[in-house]
Design a protein around this ligand. Structure first.
Ligand SMILES: Nc1nc2c(c(=O)[nH]1)N[C@H]1C(S)=C(S)[C@@H](COP(=O)(O)O)O[C@H]1N2
Ligand SMILES: [Mo]
Length: 220
C-alpha cells in the first residue's frame, strides 16, 4: 500500500472510467456514402499485392512477443497465449495503398486495438503511437486513429492464418488510413505525447495518411 493509501485497484478503476468516458478516442465506425467508398486516385484490385522493405521475418508463435509501453498505466509484454486470451474480434474492411490500389471486403480476425488498450490503459498525455515491427519498420499515427473501432491486430484473413508475407503471425489493420500505417509483423506499440515520424514518414510520406484527403506525401 502506498502512503496515500490508494489501493492499486481503485487507481485502475478510475483510469478505466476516464478512458471509457473520453469521447476523443471513441470515434466509432466511420460510415461513408457508397459513392465515396473508393478514395480519390485509387483503383480496385482483386488480388492482394505484397509490399514491404523486402525482408520478411519469420516469427514462430513460441518466440513472438508484443510489447505495449510508453504513456500507459501498465506496460505489457504479451506472449502469443496472453494475446489470444484478450479475446477475438472480427472486422470486414477495405485496404487503400498509397501506390493507388484498393481492395474491398477483407475479413479479419484478431484482437481489437481497443481491447488491447483497455489492458494497458493510456495515460491522459498519450496522443500518438509509434509502431515497431520485427523487420525494423516503424510507422506513426494518432492514438485516436489507432483506437478506431475498425482497427484490429489481425491474426487471420478470410478465415486462414495470416501468411508471413502479409505480416503473420500478427499485423495491424487501420483501414481508414493508407496501408503503410498498418504495420506487418508488429512487435512494439509505444504511446507518446508528441508525433514522431516513422520509416516512410521520414522519407516524405504524410504524417497522417488519410486516403479521402489524399494525404500521400508530406506536402499534400
Ligand atoms: N513491418 C512492415 N509493415 C509494413 C510494411 C513494411 O515494409 N514492413 N510496408 C507497409 C506498406 S508500404 C504497405 S502498402 C503494406 C502492405 O501490406 P501487404 O504486403 O500485406 O499488402 O504494409 C505496410 N506495413
Ligand atoms: Mo505502401
Amino acid at each position: 500500500m502506498s502512503d496515500d493509501q490508494t489501493p492499486v485497484d481503485s487507481k485502475l478503476t478510475s483510469s478505466k472510467r476516464r478512458w471509457a468516458s473520453e469521447g476523443k478516442f471513441l470515434t466509432g465506425r466511420i460510415t461513408r456514402p457508397e459513392a465515396e467508398r473508393l478514395p480519390p486516385g485509387q483503383h480496385l484490385v482483386k488480388n492482394w499485392p505484397v509490399l514491404d522493405l523486402g525482408q520478411q521475418p519469420v516469427i514462430s508463435t513460441e518466440s513472438w512477443r508484443l510489447e505495449v509501453r510508453g504513456l500507459v498505466e501498465t506496460t505489457l509484454t504479451l506472449t502469443w497465449g496472453d494475446f489470444q486470451a484478450i479475446g477475438q474480434s472480427t472486422r470486414v474492411s477495405d485496404i487503400h495503398c498509397v501506390t493507388t490500389w484498393s481492395r474491398y471486403d477483407n475479413k479479419w480476425k484478431g484482437v481489437s486495438t481497443r481491447d488491447l488498450l483497455d489492458r494497458a490503459m493510456p495515460k491522459p498525455q498519450a496522443a500518438y503511437v509509434m509502431l515497431t515491427s520485427y523487420d525494423g519498420y516503424t510507422t506513426n499515427l494518432p492514438l485516436a486513429d489507432f483506437a478506431a473501432d475498425d482497427a484490429i491486430l489481425a491474426t487471420s484473413w478470410e478465415g486462414l492464418p495470416l501468411t508471413p508475407e502479409h505480416g503473420g503471425p500478427m499485423r495491424l489493420v487501420v483501414p481508414h488510413l493508407y496501408f503503410w500505417k498498418s504495420a506487418k509483423w508488429l512487435r512494439r506499440i509505444e504511446l507518446i505525447a508528441a508525433d514522431e515520424a516513422g520509416f516512410w514518414e521520414k522519407n516524405g510520406y504524410h504524417m497522417h495518411g488519410d486516403p479521402w484527403r489524399e494525404q500521400r506525401y508530406s506536402d499534400d
